[in-house]
Design a protein around this ligand. Structure first.
Ligand SMILES: Nc1ncnc2c1ncn2[C@@H]1O[C@H](COP(=O)(O)OP(=O)(O)OP(=O)(O)O)[C@@H](O)[C@H]1O
Ligand SMILES: [Mg+2]
Length: 231
């Protein structure tokens, strides 16, 4: 479903080139749940942004369902992203002056869903993540874990086949982290493909495969079974 072929990303910073990702090639099949791990600065976020069509590589190609996404123009790429990809970030990026319900309605509104359906679908999504009694709360009136669950509901609004998450539990306490990872497992069982960057070993071990990065290079890609074998 997702593939990188010889992808390199260099950033120019104060006249110097920084290689954030160095000649990465790998494939992720539909239905996989992959954790991306590695030290700070190893290129994890860069890799995720490029997978999601948000950052173009310096060289190489990224394929989403056999479509080379950076061969599309930016409008086509935005359309593809809207139809197929859901993002979750460490800082939830909720709109502060909108309620939980309104935050989840935003992608539905942008997707042209009519207003009555927006409300019923957003309500159903929030209920699903356990927030049926917090529909009219603003982000600042909710706990951090609840805010992340609003972000999960919003991410599900366009029913993405692919979920990309960058440190989704980075700001959460251990218990809330486990709950959020539980939701990811649930989405994965329902058939969604998930790529999750994480520093949290307990989150990483719940994924079925680990892609390890060091200094912009993929140093290993192991499935759960292989990991057990090594341990
Ligand atoms: N916009 C940018 N301009 C210049 N250099 C950048 C930019 N973004 C990232 N880098 C550099 O690219 C490298 C990889 O960064 P990236 O954010 O992908 O790392 P990361 O693995 O996500 O780190 P962390 O775990 O701290 O989030 C780093 O050396 C970083 O300094
Ligand atoms: Mg990062």
């Amino acid at each position: 479903m997702l593939r990188m072929e010889e992808v390199t990303k260099k950033y120019r910073h104060r006249g110097q080139l920084v290689t954030a990702l160095d000649n990465a090639s790998f494939a992720i099949e539909a239905g996989e749940f992959v954790a991306v791990v590695g030290p700070s600065g190893s290129g994890k976020s860069t890799l995720l942004l490029m997978l999601g069509g948000m950052l173009s590589p310096s060289s190489g190609q990224v394929f989403l369902e056999e479509q080379s996404i950076y061969d599309l123009n930016s409008d086509q790429r935005a359309g593809l992203r809207k139809r197929k990809v859901g993002f979750v970030f460490q800082t939830f990026n909720l709109i502060p002056y909108l309620t939980a319900l309104e935050n989840v309605q935003v992608p539905l509104y942008l997707g042209g869903v009519d207003p009555a359906d927006q409300v019923s679908r957003a309500t159903a999504l929030l209920t699903r993540v356990g927030l049926g009694d917090r529909l009219h709360h603003k982000p600042c009136e909710m706990s951090v874990g609840q805010q992340q669950r609003v972000a999960l509901a919003r991410m599900l609004a366009n029913d993405p086949a692919l979920i990309l998450a960058d440190e989704p539990t980075g700001n959460l306490d251990p218990e809330t982290s486990q709950q959020v990872i539980g939701f990811f497992e649930e989405f994965n069982r329902e058939g969604k493909t998930i790529v999750m960057v994480t520093h949290d070993p307990r989150a990483a071990e719940r994924a079925k495969r680990t892609l390890r990065l060091a200094d912009g290079k993929i140093t290993s890609s192991k499935s759960g079974r292989e990991r057990l074998h090594v341990a």
